[in-house]
Design a protein. Structure first.
Length: 510
């Protein structure tokens, strides 16, 4: 009698693969930062400085104030943080920000619309095929001189940064830089580095930038030209170091794509084929006309935002020339919307296609626009809870009574956390310099050196902080993870940190 074979053991499904940690998106990071700052406001006591006629805090007048916000009001601030970050209005009497107040716009509505307008313009340009063909042609011609292209872009951005605070405007160039760098065999991080670090290092080493050096010098009671020699030497050295850093990374990625920090998205590697083609791509008359419009629009944008009188005379309060436009984000948004329509007319798109392309372009750029809005909402929470002056007061206590060299480095160090909380250079200067500048007199340090140390701290932090619209908006536009950007930039940050401390210490000893 035969026996049946024993039943086979039941098949077990293999365990699911362990999920790899994914760094949160920019929106999630800012949501976390918003909640963290809101919670911190419960622990940091509220305080205020007395203000002079110009609204600047008066040294030695800090005093604690009773918290005027109930828990419900604080909860409302948290709830409305994104709204206030977009179109919050600051009441000139109380200083609080809210969507229903009367006063000055505190939110980022201008930058928000600017990003959407840029998206519409760039998308329309790409729809014509002219930019693709133009980039392919340029990549073909510079396929063996990519380093020269990177250096040129970064130096131009750095010059604009040191002269007029060119930073947020870089958001308009990602639509050009990303495909261009990919076509040259680099990755998206090279485009991010060229834009953020090129302009950022210029702002860090501002020479006559009226929005940083100008505001700070005025608040410190000195001329815009005071300390310009040290700042110019810093600009030359730090810009050179930064450009070489990005070029070194770009060459490494071009030689071995596996060494890319951010990796490649589908289709990225195929863009190199245009540069490797034996025949140079041809440009039709339509392509040339569209590209001419693109060049004119970006050139006009740069011309329209430069404060030429201040930049050329070195005087922060110089009367503007009659031909200066002094445009800001409102006018720039209108410029790019009109330019999008103009490109559509030149390319003979037709009303239906042009309208749908503009809408699609704005939709594609909504993510970085929302990120910018959230970043601004963080500062609203600090403002309404009245903890910003308390942070300033703690800095005032740290830097008092030190030697000249230690004082200069201390000014740089103590401004780092404040720059994280207040990424706006002009806002940071307006709040901090009236407190820090008088302290320099007791330490035997020139007030110009305090301005240099302060703007170095603000500029260094704004190369990486997630509360900066330039950083978060830039990585979002380039589709690069914020964590990947930090991994790319931290060695350079360390180098710049050491160089800055050395410069301000030597400046104090001179």
């Amino acid at each position: 009698m035969s026996t049946a074979p024993p039943p086979a053991p039941p098949e077990t499904e293999p365990p699911p693969p362990a999920k790899k940690f994914a760094f949160p998106s920019a929106l999630t990071i800012l949501a976390i930062v918003t909640v963290a700052v809101w919670l911190l406001a419960f622990l940091v006591p509220a305080g205020l400085y007395d203000r002079d006629a110009d609204g600047s805090p008066v040294s030695g007048t800090y005093h604690r104030v009773a918290g005027t916000q109930s828990f419900t009001e604080r909860l409302k601030d948290l709830f409305l943080a994104p709204v206030n970050g977009l179109y919050g209005i600051q009441d000139p009497k109380t200083g609080e920000v809210g969507p229903t107040f009367a006063g000055h716009l505190y939110g980022s509505a201008g930058v928000f619309l600017f990003v959407l307008a840029i998206g519409a313009f760039i998308t329309v340009v790409f729809a014509t095929g002219a930019l693709d063909r133009g980039i392919a042609r340029l990549a073909h011609r510079l396929r063996d001189r990519g380093a020269l292209l990177i250096a040129a872009v970064m130096v131009v951005f750095s010059v604009l940064g040191t002269v007029e605070g060119f930073a947020e405007e870089t958001l308009g160039f990602y639509g050009l830089l990303v495909p261009m760098m990919l076509a040259l065999g680099y990755d998206r991080m090279v485009a991010v580095g060229a834009a953020i670090l090129g302009a950022g290092i210029g702002v860090l080493c501002s020479t006559v930038n009226p929005f940083a050096t100008g505001v700070a010098s005025s608040a410190a009671g000195i001329s815009l030209g005071d300390g310009i020699v040290l700042r110019f030497v810093m600009w030359v050295v730090l810009t050179t170091v930064t450009v070489l850093y990005v070029i070194r990374y770009a060459r490494r990625v071009q030689k071995d794509p596996a060494k890319s920090v951010c990796g490649f998205l589908p289709g990225d590697r195929e863009q190199r084929a245009a540069a490797d083609a034996e025949e140079e791509p041809e440009l039709t008359r339509l392509h040339k006309a569209v590209l001419a419009v693109v060049v004119l629009v970006f050139g006009f944008m740069i011309f329209s935002v430069v404060p030429w009188a201040s930049a050329l005379t070195g005087e922060a309060d110089a009367a503007p020339y009659s031909w200066e436009l002094d445009w800001s984000f409102a006018e720039l948004s209108a410029l790019f919307l009109v330019a999008a329509v103009l490109v559509g007319l030149v390319a003979r798109m037709g009303e239906a296609k042009l309208s749908s392309t503009i809408i699609q372009g704005a939709a594609d750029f909504i993510s970085p626009a929302l990120v910018i809005m959230l970043a601004r909402g963080v500062t609203v929470i600090m403002n309404n809870s009245k903890i910003t002056d308390t942070v300033l007061h703690s800095i005032e206590g740290v830097v008092t009574g030190t030697s000249s060299g230690v004082f200069a480095v201390s000014v740089f160090l103590v401004n780092l956390p404040l720059a994280f909380l207040i990424p706006s250079t002009s806002g940071h200067a307006t709040l901090a310099m009236p407190i820090l500048a008088p302290l320099a007199d007791f330490a035997g340090v020139s007030r110009a050196l305090v301005v240099t140390a302060w703007q170095s701290a603000s500029g260094w932090m704004n190369l990486w902080v997630p509360t900066s619209a330039v950083i978060i908006g830039g990585v979002a536009l380039a589709k690069v993870g914020y964590d990947k950007y930090l991994r790319f930039v931290w060695p350079l940050l360390a180098i710049l940190f050491v160089l800055i401390c050395g410069f301000v210490a030597v400046g104090a000893a001179m």
